[in-house]
Design a protein around this ligand. Structure first.
Ligand code: IMP
Ligand code: MG
Length: 185
């Protein structure tokens, strides 16, 4: 695999800015979930870095769980917008105050289907916290309760987000120069 420095177009959100904003989101969650039964659900795999950093700022007793979804067919986005549960939650969410933690809302299909599914399990409340919002690409309307950053319509990577499954480890969010990036074969 290429070194990311070869195709990094620009650092869109530096590590310090991410951490500062995530601390603020943690404070908002602390205020809003006082006395509630907070259960944070991370959507794998893009949300892992964000969840891990966000929960360090959540100063309330809470629990976490994980789920993974995948789009039908090949490629990241489908015209049908259908997603499939690849890994379901370990725990029942009935009567819990569920907060979905996502890396990015793009077309909105992922979050929309996850919300639809989880609502059938009767949580006490169900909210969405996304690190990034690429709203220009929205195809289905989704309620977002907490947003880290609104970003332009560009492909981003790093801080949990992948480029062909690599580069999730980077501490910042970067944009890709498509002319310089060589996808793995
Ligand atoms: P949506 O269903 O179109 O909202 O897409 C959500 C999923 O697509 C995210 O959870 C990401 O995994 C992936 N995705 C969308 N945009 C990007 C991007 O710019 N970089 C990396 N992954 C992305
Ligand atoms: Mg994702």
């Amino acid at each position: 695999m290429q070194d990311y420095r070869n195709f990094l177009e620009e650092i869109l959100i530096p590590a310090e800015e991410l951490q500062e904003r995530i601390a603020q989101l943690g404070e908002e969650i602390n205020r809003d979930y006082q006395g509630k039964n907070l259960h944070m659900i991370c959507i794998l795999r893009g949300g892992v870095m964000f969840l891990a950093d966000l929960m360090r700022h959540v100063d309330l007793p809470h629990t976490i769980d994980f789920m993974a979804v995948s789009s039908y067919g090949s490629g990241a986005r489908q015209s049908t917008g259908q997603v499939r549960i690849a890994l379901d939650l370990k725990e029942d969410i009935h009567d819990r105050d569920v907060l979905l933690v996502e890396d990015i809302v793009d077309s909105g299909y992922t979050i929309a289907s996850v919300l639809e599914l989880l609502a059938t399990r009767h949580p006490r409340s169900l909210k969405v916290c996304t690190l990034l919002d690429k709203s220009e690409r929205r195809e289905v309307e989704v309620p977002i309760d907490y947003t880290g950053f609104a970003i332009p319509n560009e492909f981003v990577f790093g801080y949990g987000l992948d480029l062909d499954e690599y580069y999730r480890n980077l501490t910042f969010i970067g944009t890709v120069n498509p002319e310089k990036y060589q996808p793995p074969d």
